[in-house]
Write a protein that binds this ligand. Structure first.
Ligand code: CUA
Length: 173
């Protein structure tokens, strides 16, 4: 009768050779993935963990970003100047940054409305990648070695205009 469980001796069979090989392979794959996850943090510096994450008043941050945008519109941001970048449905404020090559800048990024993501994309690859939660401000340090054009793209779906939420960074020599 099937309502009584069978005793272990009835159904247990020792692992076959093939089963042992599969278990060993699965274990090796799991270890490799765990190892590369840790190693990647050190190898690929573009996926930064923000060095500062603080609560930010949405209106205050937005007005800071707008003031920054007015001050440095069409101008190169001088070395040592903090950059304020707001992710707002469906644009970046400022929508264009002009930066000097070889200089490390501190960027404060925040969202006053919904969840966005900040991706800075260089020729052919993602250079920086940070999630931007509403009500929080994050700091990342960016440095571009060569002059060129970079895109600031939103990488979290934030609504109907998400795909057009593109800003620009011009790096000059
Ligand atoms: Cu902002 Cu998608």
């Amino acid at each position: 009768m099937t309502i009584f469980p069978r005793s272990i001796e009835e159904w247990y069979k020792p692992l076959t050779r093939e089963e042992k090989i599969w278990i060993a392979l699965a274990f090796i794959v799991a270890l490799t993935l765990a190892g590369t996850t840790i190693a990647w943090h050190f190898i690929d510096r573009s996926h930064q963990v923000p060095s500062i994450a603080v609560e930010a008043d949405p209106r205050e941050f937005l007005s800071k970003a707008m003031e920054f945008s007015r001050t440095y519109s069409g101008k190169v941001v001088p070395e040592g100047t903090d950059i304020y970048l707001a992710a707002v449905r469906f644009t970046w404020i400022p929508s264009e940054l002009i930066l000097k090559a070889g200089v490390t800048y501190r960027i404060w990024v925040s969202s006053p409305d919904v969840l966005h993501g900040l991706s800075i994309i260089g020729p052919g690859d993602v250079v920086y990648n940070v999630m931007v939660m509403p009500g929080m401000a994050y700091v990342i340090h960016v440095k571009f070695d060569k002059p060129g054009e970079y895109e600031i793209r939103c990488n979290e779906f934030c609504g109907i205009g998400h795909a057009n939420m593109i800003g620009r960074i011009r790096v000059v020599g």
